[in-house]
Design a protein around this ligand. Structure first.
Ligand code: IVH
Length: 671
């Protein structure tokens, strides 16, 4: 087989895998298998650059940052939507539409109104050529390189055997950031001292309008396609057909879009969306009702910029105005002090809200939020509500700006704020405020991964006096849970069996779950690999621990100090007795492979779109050994916002300092 044939085959296989992963949400191959395909394709393309095409899956990230976005004219204006704010307004609109088509029956389509950013994608002869924002509806901004990084946007149409692509087709839809991604991006921005995004829509817009496509690539953007604009060589009779066409040709189309032959059924579907709203992993601010038939759409036409054949049925707003009664402070697992808003209870999007997150002192003062202010509160899906900012009447009396207490609200120890960090900390390792956070960390996904035991249940278990220390999870019985409100036999059994299952988590995770300061999952794994068992680790001196490559003296002190504490020793003994894995390591079972195999990478600062854990995983999956201290043998320092001393040390030692974009290019090149 020659290179051209192999490239063709590889692209087909990769496109198929992408489609299953990003569009259908049904992954068909493992990450490692996917990486192998990509790597082979890159190798051939590096060797034979003539074979590179813009629709090659290797070209999703790789475009260089651009200075600005060019303005482009849409092939067909992008209209907006009129709103119906009540059942009556929707019914009145539908009655006008029915009159407009002379009383013919109408098929009504109901779909979610996604709160993101409207986008137009132009495909010529089946290949994605240009993508633009809506802009003013006539002209938008060309954001093609950034859109290419979104996995659910096909770089070319999926065609059936022998099918010829339409000469031109413009697919429209909404790009959005799933709520989890939104929360994560905000946490990271807050940690790096950057302003947080007000809502998922702003964060989607901000993520898409990055000058560097690699920055966009690091945000988990998604797209729902909801319509076809301009086309040549495509004959479709209705919106229902258009949705089906898009679905068949590789686009992500909501599977929950419904068609109805009566307006009352369509209205009921709108109400159903409102009820389902909080369960979605994206924000919707309404439902859209559309007349399906294109012939009827043409006859109905438009008024100013709004089509008469579609309307947005708006839901109750997700913002509300209330009074900020107080600002409280929680102590996190590692002693970080987390301020939160105590609000006059208010209903936001159907849920009563009385608390909201406030990230840190800097963020509070940047937003100029003060105790006693009337404030705007926003809630999106299940994301913890946020205080957007003050909502002040002219000349209202205000309290002075808020300051972090000088002493820990739980134990009274003087708080510290390490230079360069935005979080204040309680340095007291025995601070009682840390207990609850420690327990939730212990059960969390990246640690013991105890399914069905989340923050809420932990809180109830603590309040009921059933669990104060991690080992006590393993003593819980079905009867203990049945004694709590709301537990049925079945749900209690499920919780107990997931606690049982967690006994099998590898030693590295157990070490991470213990919540030793400075021991994130990467360091935990390094320690597990180096010592092989808890017994060896317990016997090690701080110097021996510091000898582990990647573990510096600060971490070594922290680990040794933690292990020397008799209370912690008791926890370890009890967990050992409970049957947790105290030996073995993951490394032994998985030799490093990937474009970064054999390379040592140190990470500093906040990497856009990643948590500490996810960037470690990302690098590990690509074969890199991730360590924490820079030495002459470090291959790269991956630096994000806020990294300081490591950068200086890397420069001194001549270790290349790269950002995620550069590292991705290195990975792409198969270095
Ligand atoms: S149809 C003429 N369908 O809502 C049709 N729009 O206010 C106009 N939107 O700019 C678009 N979900 O950003 C349509 N399922 C959906 C939508 C949707 C969200 C947005 C879109 C548009 C705005 C109109």
């Amino acid at each position: 087989m020659n290179d051209a044939q192999r490239v063709f085959e590889l692209r087909q296989a990769i496109d198929e895998a992408n489609h299953r992963y990003f569009v259908l949400d049904q992954p068909s191959i493992t990450d490692a298998e996917y990486d192998t395909l990509i790597r082979e394709l890159r190798e051939i393309e590096t060797r034979a650059p003539d074979l590179i095409t813009t629709d090659s899956p290797t070209q999703r990230v790789g475009a260089l940052p651009s200075a600005e976005f060019a303005s482009v004219a849409h092939l067909q204006p992008m209209l907006s939507l009129a709103n119906a704010r009540s059942d009556d307004e929707l019914l009145a609109w539908a009655a006008r539409a029915e009159r407009g088509v002379g009383g013919e029956p109408i098929d009504w389509v109901v779909e979610p109104k996604i709160d993101g950013l409207a986008i137009s994608l132009v495909y010529r002869d089946g290949v994605f050529m240009r993508g633009a924002t809506r802009g003013d509806g006539i002209h938008g901004e060309d954001v093609t390189p950034n859109l290419r990084t979104i996995g659910s946007i096909p770089l070319r149409l999926r065609l059936a055997e022998g099918e010829i692509a339409p000469a031109v087709v413009e697919v429209r839809g909404e790009v959005y950031l799933p709520l989890e991604g939104f929360a994560r991006v905000n946490e990271e921005r807050a940690a790096a001292g950057l302003p947080t995004f007000m809502n998922p829509r702003n964060s989607a817009a901000g993520s898409l309008r990055q000058k560097d496509p690699a920055a966009t690539a690091s945000r988990p953007l998604q797209m729902w396609s909801y319509g076809i604009g301009y086309s040549e060589g495509l004959e479709l009779a209705s919106h229902v057909d258009a949705l089906e066409w898009m679905r068949r040709h590789g686009f992500r189309v909501s599977s929950q879009t419904t068609t109805h032959d009566s307006v009352s059924a369509a209205l009921a579907a709108c109400h159903a969306w409102e009820l389902r709203r909080a369960e979605l992993d994206y924000d919707i601010d309404g439902a859209v009702v559309k007349v399906s038939s294109f012939d009827q759409q043409r006859r109905l036409g438009e008024v100013s910029r709004d089509p008469r054949w579609a309307i947005a049925f708006k839901f109750a707003p997700t913002t509300a105005i209330t009074v900020l009664r107080d600002i409280g402070v929680n102590v996190g697992r590692t002693g970080a002090l987390n301020p939160f808003a105590v609000l006059e209870p208010v209903v936001v999007g159907g849920v009563t809200v009385s608390m909201a997150t406030l990230h840190n002192e800097e963020d509070i003062n940047r937003k100029d939020i003060r105790i006693g202010d009337t404030v705007i509160v926003q809630r999106a899906g299940d994301v913890i509500p946020q205080v957007v900012g003050p909502h002040l009447a002219d000349g209202s009396e205000r309290n002075p700006p808020w300051r972090m207490p000088t002493h820990c609200p739980r134990c009274g120890t003087a708080v510290e704020k390490p230079p360069g960090e935005v979080k204040h900390r309680c340095p007291n390792r025995a601070c009682p405020g840390r207990g609850f956070e420690q327990l939730t960390h212990f059960v969390s996904r990246a640690a013991m991964d105890i399914d069905g035991v989340g923050e809420k249940l932990v809180r109830r278990l603590v309040e009921a006096g059933l669990v104060a220390q991690p080992q006590e999870f393993y003593r819980l019985t079905v009867d203990d849970l049945l004694a709590l409100d709301g537990f049925q036999q079945r749900s209690a059994e499920n919780v107990i069996s997931s606690i049982e299952a967690s006994r099998a988590r590898p030693f590295g995770r157990v070490l991470f779950a213990l919540g030793i300061a400075h021991v994130g999952d990467v360091n935990a794994q390094l320690l597990a690999d180096a010592f092989g068992s808890m017994r060896e680790l317990l016997e090690a001196t701080p110097d021996q621990i510091a000898e582990v490559e990647g573990i510096g003296p600060v971490i070594a002190e922290s680990v040794a100090g933690w292990l020397a504490d008799p209370e912690n020793r008791a926890v370890v003994d009890a967990l050992t007795a409970a049957g947790l894995q105290m030996t073995g390591s993951r490394r032994a079972t998985r030799p490093p492979a990937g474009p970064l195999a054999g390379r040592t990478v140190v990470v500093t600062g906040t990497i856009d779109g990643h948590t500490r854990e996810s960037i470690g995983e990302y690098l590990g999956e690509r074969g890199a050994r991730v360590t924490n201290t820079i030495s002459a043998s470090t291959d790269y320092l991956l630096a994000g916002a806020g990294g300081g001393s490591k950068r200086a040390r890397a420069e001194k030692l001549g270790v290349p300092v790269v950002d995620l974009g550069e590292l991705e290019r290195i990975i792409s090149a198969g270095a």
